[in-house]
Design a protein around this ligand. Sequence first.
Ligand code: ATP
Ligand code: MG
Length: 389
Amino acid sequence: MPILEKTELFVRSIGEATDVVEKEMYTFADKGIAMRPEATASVLRAFIEHGLHVRQPVQRLYTIGPMFRHERPQKGRLRQFHQLDAEIIGAAEPRVDAELIAMGQMLLDELGLNVSLELNSLGCPVCRPPFKERLIAFLEQRAEALCDDCKRRARTNPLRVLDCKTPSCRAVVREAPSLLEVLCADCDRHFAEVQTALAELHIPFRINRFMVRGLDYYTRTTFEFLTADLGAQAAVGAGGRYDGLIEQLGGPPLSGIGFAMGLERLALLMEQRDAGAIPAKAMDVFVAALGGATLAPAGQLVHALRRQGARAAIDYSGRGLKAQLKQADRVRARFTLIVGEDEWARGEAILRDMRTQAQQPFGLHGSPEEQALRLLDAVRPAATPCPAG
Ligand code: ATP
Ligand code: MG
């Protein structure tokens, strides 16, 4: 997805009276262009433009990339950050909601992160407008207790007041009417079935009737993956259903649901979990080139190994064997090929198993490609198999 889109796309989808559009979007005022603050609008724009639904009625799509929001930078909150965005377009069944949420949960589980799931329903164009009226009436009675932002929002976008973080607003909101109590029959059934489907997949969740999300396009199911370990930056991922949005953007009347995860927040959590850096993948072979004459053939061999899909590393500094073996350990090399100048002159090297420390001679005859193939034969299956085959 491109980073620049027409400002209008975000205003029409995210909504005029949202924090993202009102305060956080970087726009080029004279050009009508904005740096994308999120991915869903761009995905739908492209989906419509290329008529993806014609090829396949239900589409499961993802994209990863930088997003831009004018914010006060702090831990886990950046002006340029990255989102992993996933969407299922063209299916409205509650099981689809559960499938998408389960995929997000699966990723978090695989990363070993302790994150809780909260769920809400925001209704639809049938049940939300009358609720909005009720909420406006309620908020008008309590206007003095609301923060300045919410005094204004109570009229323009009353649902936003429900997730205001100001303590006085929170106190008001605790007594506010709940949308969950006035969902229309269809939305009520949909929400119940999403919960059943999540339970069938053994995905634990909690209902949070105050969750409204910062984007206006959501309908029905909304959800957030929350952590207690990032201070105020509690959400690592969030999403929801947006039935009606594709049509509103000029496309066919298709439903959709999606979520976005913040990669920087995931990385912070992973760092906290491991109390340190995430180790890089282990090397299959480290080539220790000892002496100037060996650098060229050793470099060619490493290049050939990489072309074969092996993970190979080399040090060009010409340091001594001890330092290079240390470096081989640091990159967690499974094997080290020691290429000394004298051995090289005889067409030989030494292959060292870094686990057992056993050493064996390795002949350096043939082209670098032939050497690489023989070397890989010698080290496999001990070395990690290359996932690319
Ligand atoms: P928050 O309430 O923290 O501002 P949000 O509701 O604005 O989050 P979304 O629009 O739902 O966030 O974006 C989805 C995810 O993207 C968030 O859960 C978060 O992980 C990440 N994210 C959003 N804004 C930022 C940011 N400024 N810096 C880093 N990550 C972000
Ligand atoms: Mg935000």
